[in-house]
Design a protein around this ligand. Structure first.
Ligand code: KMT
Ligand code: NI
Length: 174
């Protein structure tokens, strides 16, 4: 894992966009974003148990796996959105970027590789992209039914109860 401020320069979403300014795991925690490195896959079983994640699946994002719709998918993952549930991803192969909004509404870019596990809180605005290798395999964990409909940013979603709850929590963490 490596986290840094996104540079906001033009260019493909899949290039690093590294401003050179690092973001610490402590700052991520203030945003409610949790990060773990789990080199032993059985560690994920304990985490799942502790947090009541009953189900999981594996997603591969690559042109080989997705075929023609790959480029379209990669673009759609990159639309800024939130979920009404946590987004938990445990990277099993490849790499990619999760971008999350800071307190000042700037993008923090989080580069994840194999054995990295990230938990994005419900209500945080974020987006995802593969990097220039165009390949990531991730375990997705969820409680009951997967409830990860992306709610794209906009005036209505800004006042979603899960968004409001997140902002309350974030203020408490700051
Ligand atoms: C998401 O929610 O953006 C995704 O699931 C992307 C693929 S997981 C690396
Ligand atoms: Ni998402």
């Amino acid at each position: 894992m490596k986290a840094y401020w996104f540079d906001n320069e033009a260019g493909d979403q899949r290039i690093p966009h590294d401003s050179g300014r690092t973001v610490s795991p402590e700052y991520l925690e203030k945003l409610g974003v949790l990060y773990y490195n789990l080199s032993n896959e059985s560690d994920v079983d304990q985490l799942a148990k502790d947090r009541s994640y009953k189900n999981r699946d594996l997603i591969t994002v690559s042109p080989e796996k997705m075929g023609e719709v790959y480029e379209e998918k990669v673009k759609s993952f990159f639309n800024e959105h939130l979920h009404e549930d946590e987004e938990i991803r445990y990277i099993r192969d490849g790499s990619g970027f999760f971008d999350v909004r800071s307190e000042e509404d700037e993008w923090v870019r989080i580069f994840l590789v194999k054995d990295d596990l990230i938990i994005l809180p419900a209500g945080i605005y974020h987006r995802f992209t593969t990097d220039d290798k165009n390949y990531i395999v991730a375990m997705r964990l969820f409680k009951e039914e997967p409830k990860w409909t992306p709610l794209n940013r906009g005036p209505e979603v800004d006042v979603n109860p899960f968004r409001k709850e997140y902002l309350t929590q974030r203020t408490a963490l700051a």
